[in-house]
Ligand binder design. Sequence first.
Ligand code: ROI
Length: 163
Amino acid sequence: MSHIAYIGLGSNLENPVQQLLTALTELDQLDQCQLIAQSSLYSSKPVGPQDQPDFVNAVAKLQTELTPLVLLDRLQALEQSHRRIRERHWGPRTLDLDLLLYDDDFITNPRLTVPHAHMHERGFVLLPLQEISPEISIPGKGLVTEILHYIGTDDLQLLTVTE
Ligand code: ROI
């Protein structure tokens, strides 16, 4: 069975733009996964502690045969392969891959909560998500366009990436 999963990507260390571009290619190359769409890259002010570099964020849409927990394993392995540095809670990191949505499923598991618990509060997730799927709703929360309307996107900037 094929499923649709949305992945949030974030980085604020060691060339964040390159971290994300590489990660997008790697997502497409995962077994039983196909990258259907990728957003632009956005630069964003850190949510949480402010004494860290700005982030680069994006969202990817994957078609996958993997179950949510197996997909989570693959995402965590990718994070590790980017030698993820995570010194403190809500601190800087080389690569963060969050499983945001998996079909319209609600998943509550010690390792995984879907929809991602904070996604509806975060412009750096919602704006790229809206870019690739303008009609999408977050199960239990509502239309992304409507949520974005009241949380705003002032601290986000579209990046023009020239390779
Ligand atoms: N802030 C921004 N802007 N982007 C992120 O990806 C991000 N990720 C995090 C915390 C530290 C909460 N802040 C963030 O994990």
